[in-house]
Ligand binder design. Structure first.
Ligand code: SF4
Ligand code: SF4
Length: 323
């Protein structure tokens, strides 16, 4: 049987999804058995031009991790869509915009100022910012255009499957490779490498549905290592998040869920779903007291939409900038 052609690409992400693929260890041999890798910037030296010269649909499967934050991300995402039969948005950044999507709370000017002028570790006395074109003696240097808004992959191209997680759990990466090897692909648009339950449904920490008057960050309280975090007033996104990660935070690492597997099944907006779960644990009917309890929550947008702001109903903070 002819081997599949497989492309793996990183756009606006951190590289952790590529490491998750590497972490399948001997699973990589299985990938090599079934597929020839035609692009994988983190691990191979293929050039973009090689992809540009391919016929449309020549690549069987493309795993894209990272959303679209600049013109190179957009060009490669569109190019790989055209050249691939199947596109999988892999990881929270491609699926929902991920952590980089939180930059949608700011304009690109604010982001660039912060990164190049304001951070304590930056030495830039002349306040120089990157320019897209620069003429040097050796010729003109061009870098990608930095966009104002981070977009998930599906906002730019048609995506066949979504594989959530930051990064996807290793056992799920291996499971997806298996699905691909068997050609046993689910209906278009499906979320693969995850479960059809909420994380709470899969969590083994006993939940007593207790009401709380105060919310804590994990370092502000000595919490019970066995009981449900939310029952103890610690924000845990489990009620609004898709399961399938193997409880790697809540049970294996004794830390609350931050929501990287994206909205639970049948939920469109993870943050609003979590707000409704939060309302049900607050121990008060008095609007002023409820307001005071909720106002203790630090960084609400970064807490409720940590991985999904760019794909949420909010998408970004309002800005007059193009894109
Ligand atoms: S989903 Fe997480 S691990 Fe993957 S690229 Fe984004 S930040 Fe990195
Ligand atoms: S809220 Fe968190 S700790 Fe509680 S049951 Fe759900 S996933 Fe487990």
């Amino acid at each position: 049987m002819a081997k599949l052609k497989l492309a793996i690409y990183w756009a606006a992400g951190c590289g952790g999804c590529d490491v998750a693929i590497l972490d399948t260890n001997e699973g990589l041999l299985k990938i090599a058995e079934i597929a020839d890798i035609v692009l994988w910037p983190v691990a191979t030296d293929h050039k973009y031009e090689e992809i540009e010269k391919m016929a449309d649909g020549a690549i069987d499967i493309c795993l894209i991790n990272g959303g679209v934050r600049n013109s190179e991300n957009e060009h490669m995402t569109k190019l790989l869509r055209a050249k691939s039969k199947i596109v999988v948005a892999m990881g929270a950044c491609a699926h929902q915009g991920g952590i980089p999507g939180l930059a949608n709370l700011f304009t690109k000017e604010t982001v660039l100022n912060r990164a190049y002028r304001e951070t304590p570790s930056t030495e830039n006395p002349d306040g120089i910012l990157p320019v897209q074109r620069f003429s040097a003696q050796e010729g003109e240097l061009i870098i990608p255009e930095f966009y104002n808004t981070v977009l998930p992959t599906a906002a730019v191209v048609d995506v066949d499957y979504f594989m959530p997680g930051c990064p996807p759990a290793i056992h799920q990466v291996a499971a997806v490779v298996d699905i691909i090897a068997k050609g046993d692909l689910p209906p278009k648009g499906a979320v693969i490498g995850a479960s059809d339950k909420t994380l709470c449904d899969e969590c083994t920490r006993p939940k007593e549905d207790r009401k709380v008057k105060k919310f804590y960050r994990p370092h502000e309280i000595i919490f019970d290592n066995q009981k449900c975090f939310l029952d103890q007033g610690i924000i845990c996104l489990g009620p609004a998040t898709r399961g399938g990660c193997g409880n790697r935070c809540t049970v294996k690492s004794n830390m609350p869920c931050r929501g990287c597997y994206g909205p639970a099944p049948k939920v469109h907006d993870q943050g609003t779903k979590f707000l409704s779960a939060l309302a049900s644990v607050i121990d008060s009917n008095d609007p002023a007291e409820i307001n005071s309890i909720v106002s203790q929550i630090a960084d609400p947008v970064g807490t409720f939409y940590r991985f999904g702001l760019a794909a949420s109903y909010l998408r970004r903070k309002r800005s007059n900038e193009k894109n």
